[in-house]
Design a protein around this ligand. Structure first.
Ligand code: ARG
Length: 599
C-alpha cells in the first residue's frame, strides 16, 4: 500500500514541467467527497507567475496530466481547482496487493519506508527529578510517544530523549536533606528507596526555609556537586536513580520507551557553549554576544521585552552559573554534532514557546545548526480538570500522574467486569487476570486517545466519563469497532492470515467504494502526521474510517458481507473488513494504544 497522493503529486509535477512551470503541485485530500478524492490548487499560483488566467492554466495542466490509470477524467472547479476522483479499479488494485497480516506482529500493510530516512531527536516527557511525575507530564509523554512511533514506522531513526531536570539548584537541598535523614545512602546508594518523593521534597523544602545552616549547607552542596565532588555526586546519583525508577514505573505502565539523558549529561558541554561564544565575541565576529549587568547574553533579532527594549537570552548568569538556556544550547549541539540529528522536535508545553524560539534563533545565529537541520517546538495546551480548572489536590498540591492513570483503569474495569465476568453468547466468563489486562488496555487507551484527539494548541478538560464512553470519538469506541470487525471474520470462518491476495477486490456498491477509498488514504495520513506532527489527524482518520465501515456494514445503506454472494464478492468484502481491522489496529498502535480481540 503506497501513498496515492505522492504518486499523483509526481504526475502533476511532470505535467507542470511540461507546460513550462515548476513548483509544488499543492495536492491534498479533498475535504468534501463531492469534489472528488484529491484537489490540486497549484493553478492559481502558477497563473500569476505565467501571466495567464488561472482557469486557462488549469486547463493546460489537465491536458498534460497523465493519470488515466488512476483517476476518472479530471475536472476544473471554481477559479481553477483541479479535482481528481479515483477509479475504483485502481483502488481495488492497490488494496488487493496488500499481503496478509504478518504473524510477527509487525504488520505494516505493505507501506514502504521513507526513501531518505532522517535522524530525528524527540525530546519528550522530561520531568524534573526533584518531584514525582504529575498530571502535567502526561501530554508530553503521550504526544511525544505517538510522534516517535509514527516517525519510526516511516523508517526514520528516532532518538527518544528524556531530558530530565536533574541539575538545578534544588538538588543541593535534596542531597543535603538525604545526607541527614538517610546517612546510610553513602555506603549503599543502590538500596535507596523513597516511597513518596513528593513528601520528601516538601520536608527538604521546609527545612530549607526554616534553617539557615541548612540553607548554607544546601548551597555548598550544589557547588560541590557541580564541581564534581565524588561523595556528593554519589548521593545525588542515588537520588536521581530512585526518582527515575518512579518515572519508569509510569513509562512501563504506558508502554513508553525512552532514553534518560538529563541536563547533567551536558555539564561539560555547557562550559563549551560559553567558550565558543566567548571566542566568537573576542574575535569580533559576533556583536550580538554581549555582557549585560554582569550576565553573558545573546541579543537575537525580533525579541523585545514589553517596554520595547531588546530581550536578551541569558546564557551565563551574573554569578557565573548556567541556566536552562545554557543547558538547552549544549543539548542542541550534542544532538546535531554527536547524534547527527537533522530534525529535532521538542514536545514541551506552550508555556515555553518563547524559550524555544530564542534558543533556536541563538543556535542558528551562532552557526551551530545549518539549513539542513529542522528545529521544531511541538507545543501543547494544558490539561484541566473536568470543571475547567488547573489540576490541584485538595491541599493545593500537584496531582500525581500515577493516581490519575490508576483511576482511569479502575473506571474501565467496572465496565469490563460487568461485561465479561459472566458467560454470554457462548463466550465463557473471563478470569480476573484477563479482565485486568483488558481494563488496563481500555483505561490507558481512553486516557491517551482523549489526549491525542484534541488539537495540540488548545487546553482540554480531562473528563473520565467522556473518554470512557463507548460512543463518540473515544478509545473504547475504536476498540469496540475493532473487536466487532474481527468477530465478522470469525463468524465467517475465515483465516485472513492464509488468504491468497492475488484475487482482485470487486468494488461496485457506493458503500464499498467509499470504504475502500478511505482505506487507501491511510499511507498519506501517516505522511501528514510525519510532516505536521499532529496526532489528531490520525485519530480523526480512524474515527472516520470506523464510521465509513459502519455504513458499509449496515444492511440498509451498505452491503451484505457474511452472507453475500457470489463467493468472489463475499471474499472481497471480507477482505475489506480485514483491512479495516488491520488499519485500526496499526493506527491505534501508532497512537500507543493496544487492542483487544473481543469486547
Ligand atoms: N524539565 C523541563 C520542565 O519540566 C522540561 C524540559 C523540556 N526539554 C528541554 N530540552 N528543555 O519544564
Amino acid at each position: 500500500m503506497k501513498s496515492i497522493l505522492k504518486e499523483l503529486s509526481n504526475r502533476v509535477r511532470e505535467a507542470m514541467t511540461q507546460i513550462g512551470a515548476d513548483g509544488d503541485p499543492l495536492l491534498a485530500t479533498a475535504r468534501d467527497p463531492k469534489f472528488g478524492d484529491y484537489q490540486s490548487n497549484c493553478a492559481m499560483g502558477l497563473a500569476k507567475k505565467l501571466g495567464k488566467k488561472p482557469r486557462d492554466v488549469a486547463a493546460e495542466l489537465v491536458a498534460a496530466i497523465k493519470v488515466d490509470d488512476i483517476c476518472q477524467p479530471l475536472e476544473i472547479a471554481g477559479p481553477g481547482f483541479i479535482n481528481m476522483r479515483l477509479k475504483p479499479e485502481y483502488v481495488a488494485e492497490c488494496l488487493g496487493a496488500v499481503s496478509p497480516e504478518d504473524a510477527t506482529g509487525e504488520d505494516r500493510l505493505g507501506i514502504p519506508k521513507a526513501a531518505e530516512p532522517q535522524t530525528v531527536v524527540i525530546d519528550l516527557s522530561s520531568p524534573n527529578l526533584a518531584k514525582e511525575m504529575h498530571v502535567g507530564h502526561l501530554r508530553s509523554t503521550v504526544i511525544g510517544d505517538c510522534v516517535a512511533r509514527v516517525l519510526e514506522f516511516e523508517g526514520h531513526k528516532v532518538h527518544r530523549e528524556n531530558h530530565v531536570g536533574d541539575w538545578g539548584t534544588q538538588f543541593g537541598m535534596l542531597v543535603a536533606h538525604l545526607r541527614r535523614v538517610r546517612p546510610e545512602v553513602m555506603d549503599s546508594p543502590d538500596d535507596l528507596e523513597i516511597s513518596d518523593l513528593e513528601s520528601f521534597y516538601v520536608e527538604a523544602k521546609a527545612r530549607f526555609d526554616a534553617d539557615d545552616d541548612f540553607k548554607t549547607e544546601s548551597r555548598e552542596t550544589v557547588v560541590a556537586l557541580q564541581s564534581g565532588d565524588e561523595a556528593t555526586r554519589r548521593i545525588w546519583k542515588a537520588f536521581c536513580n530512585e526518582s527515575l525508577r518512579h518515572c519508569h514505573a509510569i513509562y512501563d505502565m504506558l508502554g513508553v520507551e525512552l532514553q534518560d539523558r538529563g541536563e547533567s549529561a551536558y555539564a561539560d558541554l555547557m562550559k563549551d557553549v560559553i567558550a565558543r561564544l566567548d571566542t566568537a565575541r573576542d574575535a569580533g565576529q559576533a556583536d550580538f554576544i554581549r555582557e549585560s549587568d554582569g550576565a553573558l547574553c545573546m541579543f537575537l533579532d525580533g525579541f523585545t521585552a514589553k517596554d520595547g527594549e531588546p530581550l536578551p537570552l541569558i546564557v551565563r548568569k551574573s554569578d557565573g552559573g548556567f541556566n536552562y538556556a545554557t543547558s538547552d544550547l549544549a543539548t542542541i549541539i550534542h544532538r546535531i554534532e554527536s547524534l547527527g540529528a537533522t530534525r529535532i522536535i521538542y514536545v514541551v508545553g506552550l508555556a515555553q514557546k518563547q524559550h524555544f524560539e530564542m534558543v533556536f534563533a541563538a543556535t542558528r545565529k551562532a552557526g551551530w545548526a545549518g539549513d539542513h537541520v529542522s528545529l521544531e517546538h511541538l507545543g501543547f495546551g494544558n490539561m484541566l480538570t473536568a470543571g475547567g480548572r488547573p489540576f490541584k489536590t485538595r491541599e493545593g498540591g500537584t496531582v500525581k500522574l500515577k493516581a490519575l492513570l490508576d483511576e482511569a483503569i479502575a473506571r474501565a474495569r467496572t465496565t469490563v467486569e460487568a461485561q465479561f465476568s459472566q458467560e454470554s453468547d457462548g463466550r465463557p466468563a473471563l478470569g480476573e487476570d484477563e479482565i485486568d489486562a483488558i481494563a488496563k488496555t481500555v483505561g490507558l487507551g481512553a486516557v491517551k486517545y482523549f489526549d491525542l484527539w484534541h488539537a495540540l494548541n488548545s487546553d482540554y478538560k480531562f473528563d473520565l466519563n467522556t473518554m470512557c464512553s463507548l460512543e463518540g470519538n473515544t478509545a473504547p469506541y475504536m476498540l469496540y469497532a475493532y473487536a466487532r470487525i474481527r468477530s465478522i471474520g470469525r463468524k465467517a470462518g475465515i483465516d485472513f492470515t492464509t488468504l491468497a491476495t492475488d484475487a482482485p477486490l470487486s468494488l461496485e456498491h457506493p458503500a464499498e467504494i467509499a470504504l475502500a477509498t478511505k482505506l487507501a488514504h491511510f499511507p498519506e495520513v501517516l505522511d501528514v502526521v510525519c510532516r505536521d506532527l499532529h496526532p489528531n489527524v490520525l485519530t480523526e482518520y480512524l474515527y472516520e474510517l470506523s464510521k465509513t465501515f459502519s455504513r458499509f456494514y449496515d444492511r440498509k445503506v451498505g452491503v451484505r458481507v457474511i452472507d453475500a454472494s457470489p463467493d468472489e464478492v463475499r471474499m472481497s468484502r471480507l477482505r475489506l473488513c480485514d483491512l479495516t481491522a488491520r488499519i485500526i489496529k496499526l493506527g491505534l498502535k501508532l497512537l500507543g494504544i493496544g487492542t483487544v480481540e473481543q469486547m
